[in-house]
Design a protein around this ligand. Structure first.
Ligand SMILES: Cc1cc2nc3c(=O)[nH]c(=O)nc-3n(C[C@H](O)[C@H](O)[C@H](O)COP(=O)(O)OP(=O)(O)OC[C@H]3O[C@@H](n4cnc5c(N)ncnc54)[C@H](O)[C@@H]3O)c2cc1C
Length: 388
C-alpha cells in the first residue's frame, strides 16, 4: 500500500500488529459492548487485555524500564491511528497509564505505574471541577499540610475510570505551593462518589463525580513535586491531544471503508448508490478530511521526535486535535447519511462513531480552547509557527 506518510520497517510492523489486534480482538466485541452499555463480561475483558500485552501495545510511550514500550511520538500515532478504528471505546482496555506518572518516585512507579502497564489496576486523573473546566485557574480543591502529610477537600467532575480506579491522580492547590498532583488510593477515608451520570457515548468505564472530604494522605502521595502540576501536565496535554487526533484519523479511515463498501453494493434507482453524485461527493470530502488530518498528526509527531521547540509542538498539537476532531465529526455525519435508515441503527458503526467522536471536540481542551492556543501562537510567534 502506498502511503502519505513514510514509515520505517519497524513502524510498518507496529501498524500491522495494532491493526490485527483491533480487527481480531476489538471489532468482534463492538456490538455486544453496545448492547451491554459498554460493560463486557470479565472474561472477555481479560482476554482483550492479555491480547494487548501479547501484541506489545501496553504502556506505549512509557519507558521499557517501567514496563512500557518506549515508543517515539511517531510510533505512538502509528498505533493509536489503528486503535481509533474501533467503536465503544474498546481500545481503552489496552493497559496504559497517564504519562505524568513517569515523574513519580521509584516507590510510586513500583506501586502504581508498573501494575497499570501490566493491566493490574486502573488509574484516574481528576482535574476538572464544577467551576473549573476550560479555565483551570478556578480549581478550588485544596490540600492543607497536616503533620507530615496533607488533607484534601474538594469535588472533581468527569473522572474517567474513577468508578474502577485503584488510585486517583488529583490536582489540588497545595497551601503555599499552588497546583500540585497527589495520588489518592481508592477507599481512602473521606473519598466518595457524588454522582455517576450517563454520557452520550458507550464506554467501558464511567466518568463519576468524586468528592474529597478531609481526605488524609501521607507525604509520599505528592507526584512530581509541590507546585509542579502545571509543568508536568503541559507535556501530558500535548500527548493526549496528539493521541485523540490519531484516533480521529483511524475513525475516519474506518468510516470511509464502511461507507464506500456500502455505497458500492447498495443499489437504488438501478445503480449502486455511489454512482449518485449526492452520495459520492460527501465521501470524497471525507477522504480529503481524513488525508489532511493524517498529515497534520504525523507532522506533529515527527516534530516532537525531532526535539522541536515545545511551544511550537504545543500549538501544532492543538491544530491537529482541532482539525482531526472536527473533521471526524463531519465524516461520521456523512457516513450515517450514506447508510440511510441503517445509519441510524446502533448496530451500525457509523451511528456509534457519530455519538462517540463528539467528545473529542470537548475533552483535553475544547475546540474553542485549541483555537485560542493556535491564535495565541500566531500572535506571539508569527503565522508560520502554526502553518509552516
Ligand atoms: C466523557 C468525558 C470524560 C472526561 N474525562 C475527564 C477526566 O478524566 N479528567 C478530567 O479532569 N476531566 C475530564 N473531562 C472534562 C473535560 O476535560 C471538560 O469537560 C472540558 O475541559 C471542558 O470543560 P467544561 O465541561 O467545564 O466546559 P466549560 O469550560 O464550561 O466550557 C463550556 C463552553 O464554553 C466554551 N469556552 C470556555 N472558555 C472559553 C474561552 N475562553 N473562549 C471561548 N470559548 C470558551 C467551551 O469551549 C465550551 O464550548 C471529561 C469530560 C467528558 C465529557
Amino acid at each position: 500500500m502506498t502511503s502519505l506518510v513514510r514509515l520505517t520497517r519497524q513502524q510498518a510492523e507496529l501498524r500491522e500488529r495494532a491493526r490485527n489486534f483491533v480487527d481480531n480482538e476489538l471489532l468482534p466485541h463492538e456490538e455486544a459492548a453496545e448492547r451491554a452499555g459498554g460493560r463486557l463480561p470479565a472474561d472477555v475483558v481479560d482476554g482483550i487485555m492479555k491480547a494487548a500485552v501479547r501484541a506489545r501495545l501496553n504502556g506505549g510511550r512509557h519507558a521499557p524500564g517501567h514496563g512500557g514500550q518506549g515508543w517515539s511520538a511517531v510510533d505512538y500515532v502509528v498505533a493509536h491511528e489503528q486503535l481509533g478504528r474501533n467503536t465503544n471505546g474498546l481500545w481503552w482496555w489496552v493497559p496504559d497509564a497517564y504519562n505524568v506518572l513517569s515523574a513519580g518516585t521509584p516507590e510510586q512507579i513500583d506501586r502504581y505505574l508498573r501494575p497499570a502497564l501490566r493491566g493490574e489496576g486502573w488509574l484516574s486523573y481528576a482535574v476538572t471541577e464544577e467551576h473549573a473546566g476550560s479555565d483551570p485557574s478556578g480549581i478550588a480543591t485544596t490540600a492543607r499540610p497536616d503533620g507530615d502529610g496533607w488533607v484534601l477537600d474538594g469535588e472533581k467532575w468527569f473522572v474517567t475510570s474513577g468508578d474502577v480506579a485503584a488510585a486517583h491522580i488529583v490536582v489540588a492547590i497545595a497551601q503555599g505551593h499552588g497546583p500540585t498532583l497527589f495520588i489518592v488510593d481508592a477507599g481512602t477515608e473521606g473519598l466518595s462518589f457524588a454522582d455517576d451520570p450517563p454520557f452520550t457515548h458507550t464506554f467501558p468505564h464511567g466518568h463519576p463525580t468524586l468528592r474529597l472530604d478531609g481526605v488524609r494522605i501521607g507525604p509520599g502521595a505528592v507526584l512530581g513535586g509541590l507546585g509542579a502540576a502545571d509543568d508536568i501536565q503541559r507535556a501530558w496535554f500535548v500527548e493526549e491531544r496528539l493521541g485523540i487526533a490519531a484516533h480521529c484519523v483511524g475513525a475516519m479511515s474506518r468510516l470511509l471503508e464502511e461507507a464506500v463498501a456500502w455505497a458500492t453494493t447498495r443499489v437504488q434507482g438501478g445503480v449502486p448508490i455511489i454512482e449518485h453524485q449526492g452520495v459520492a461527493f460527501p465521501l470524497a470530502d471525507s477522504a480529503a478530511d481524513a488525508a489532511a488530518a493524517r498529515l497534520l498528526v504525523y507532522e506533529v509527531a515527527e516534530l516532537t521526535d525531532s526535539g522541536a521547540d515545545p511551544k511550537i509542538v504545543h500549538a501544532k498539537a492543538s491544530l491537529a486535535k482541532l482539525f482531526a476532531s472536527e473533521a471526524a465529526g463531519r465524516c461520521a455525519d456523512r457516513a450515517v447519511q450514506t447508510f440511510g435508515g441503517r445509519g441510524y441503527m446502533r448496530t451500525t458503526p457509523a451511528e456509534r462513531f457519530l455519538r462517540e467522536l463528539r467528545v473529542d471536540r470537548i475533552w483535553e481542551g475544547t475546540s474553542e480552547i485549541q483555537r485560542l492556543i493556535i491564535a495565541r501562537s500566531m500572535t506571539r510567534r508569527g503565522v508560520p509557527s502554526v502553518i509552516a
